[in-house]
Ligand binder design. Structure first.
Ligand code: FE2
Ligand code: FE2
Length: 179
């Protein structure tokens, strides 16, 4: 059943690669809406923030470790992906803290987030997901897809994109020296 978030929530597949791609396309839709001054930007941003955080956390919990076990030579790409999640969270935090009534400030922070995310999504699709297609059998990808979706949807029952939670994730990443 759909939880109102779109992307992988409504995708008709168990394949982890397809589910992750569906979320990536959903991020792009939400970015497009956020560029529109006529939109309810606060509401769209809240949806995007929840989805970004739930997606990244579920990848790190259920997908990245399994891919690394399957293909140890991918370790560096996967570690890099984790660092980029933290950079994305940092840019998201700045946008969440921007003055929502100041269009210029909002749009400047939005473009910084779009840039960070596009860069990450590009690399993830090219380096991590293509390797997963090669190294992981169909039934394993379906198993991983179900685990990814379950972790993601469990997080989406709360508000993982809440400014306090994103602030906590950024502080933890800084403590680890990732950003
Ligand atoms: Fe992703
Ligand atoms: Fe990612």
């Amino acid at each position: 059943m759909s939880n109102g978030y779109g992307g992988a929530s409504t995708a008709d597949t168990d394949d982890v690669v397809e589910l992750i791609l569906a979320d990536h396309r959903e991020f792009e839709q939400l970015f497009r809406r956020l560029r529109n001054r006529e939109e309810d930007r606060a509401a769209v941003l809240a949806t995007l923030a929840d989805l970004l955080v739930a997606h990244a956390e579920a990848e790190e919990a259920e997908v990245y470790p399994a891919l690394q076990r399957k293909a140890p030579e991918e370790a560096e790409e996967i570690e890099h992906g984790t660092e980029e999640h933290s950079e994305g969270h940092e840019a998201l935090l700045e946008l969440l803290q921007a003055d929502a009534d100041d269009d210029e400030e909002f749009e400047e922070k939005l473009e910084e987030l779009v840039e960070a995310l596009n860069h990450h999504v590009d690399e993830e699709e090219r380096d991590i997901l293509n390797a997963a297609r090669e190294n992981v059998a169909d039934d394993e990808r379906a198993k991983l897809g179900r685990a990814f979706l379950e972790a993601r949807n469990r997080l989406l029952e709360g508000t993982p994109g809440d400014v306090r939670n994103v602030g906590r994730l950024v502080a933890e990443a800084r403590e680890r020296g990732e950003i």
